[in-house]
Design a protein. Structure first.
Length: 218
C-alpha cells in the first residue's frame, strides 16, 4: 500500500478536531499523526510529527495560526500548511498567504472537498477557496496605480515554459497534474517549479502565484 498522507490538526476546538479526524479516517490515504490546540504546540510538535500537511486554524490562544505558520515555515521551509478557518477577514487572508501557507479555505466545505484539498497541498499544489480568491483579486483590482509602487521586474525573466507552468500553478495544478497536462516527466516539472521559485526569489508556490499576479504574468 502506498504511504498514507500524514496530517497534523491544529485547532483550539476539540469538537472540530474530532470532526475533522473522523472525516479523514473515512479516506484510505490519510492518517492523523498529531493533534494540538494552539500554535505554540504546533511549532513544538511539527519536527516530531513530521506531517505531510498541517491543517492550521487562525484564532487560537498563546500563538495564532498566522504566527505559527511563519515560525514553522522559517524553521522548516518544506512545510506544507493549509489554513482552514471560519474567518475570511481580509487581513487574516493576506497575512496567512504572506506567512507561507500553501492554501486558505473556509470551514464550510464538504468532507470530500477537504480531502481533495489536502491531497492537492500534499502533492505540492496551492489552493485558495473561491471566496478567498475573490478577495485576493479584489485587492489587486483596488490597488491605486498612481501611488502604488510597481513591483520590480525579475532580474532573469521566466521562459515561455516556466510561464506556462506558473499559470497552471495559479490554477491549482499539482506537479503530477502539470506533468500529465504538458506530457512531461514529473521530475522535469519539479525542476521547472524550483527554477521559477529561484528566479522570483520566493519561498513557495503560493507566493510565486501572488507575485506573478503582481507582475502581470498571470
Amino acid at each position: 500500500m502506498d504511504k498514507k498522507i500524514q496530517v497534523m490538526l491544529v485547532d483550539d476546538q476539540r469538537l472540530m478536531r474530532d470532526g475533522i479526524r473522523t472525516l479523514l479516517e473515512l479516506e484510505a490515504d490519510f492518517e492523523v499523526c498529531a493533534e494540538v490546540e494552539n500554535g505554540h504546540l504546533a511549532v513544538e510538535t511539527f519536527p516530531h510529527a513530521n506531517p505531510d500537511v498541517v491543517l492550521m486554524d487562525i484564532r487560537m490562544p498563546l500563538l495564532d495560526g498566522v504566527q505559527a505558520t511563519k515560525k514553522i515555515k522559517s524553521d522548516w521551509p518544506h512545510a506544507k500548511i493549509l489554513i482552514l478557518t471560519t474567518f475570511d477577514e481580509d487581513e487574516y487572508v493576506f497575512e496567512g498567504i504572506r506567512a507561507g501557507a500553501m492554501g486558505y479555505l473556509l470551514k464550510d466545505l464538504s468532507g470530500e472537498e477537504l480531502a481533495n484539498a489536502i491531497r492537492t497541498i500534499a502533492a505540492g499544489g496551492a489552493l485558495i477557496g473561491p471566496e478567498i480568491a475573490q478577495k485576493v483579486m479584489q485587492r489587486f483590482a483596488n490597488l491605486n496605480t498612481e501611488t502604488a509602487v510597481a513591483p520590480q521586474p525579475l532580474p532573469e525573466p521566466l521562459s515561455s515554459r516556466e510561464l506556462e507552468i506558473l499559470n497552471l500553478m495559479a490554477g491549482g495544478f499539482s506537479n503530477p497534474m502539470i506533468a500529465r497536462k504538458l506530457h512531461l516527466a514529473e521530475g522535469t516539472v519539479k525542476n521547472y517549479v524550483s527554477g521559477i521559485l529561484q528566479k522570483m526569489n520566493v519561498r513557495d508556490r503560493t507566493q510565486a502565484v501572488v507575485y506573478g499576479k503582481e507582475l502581470g504574468l498571470i
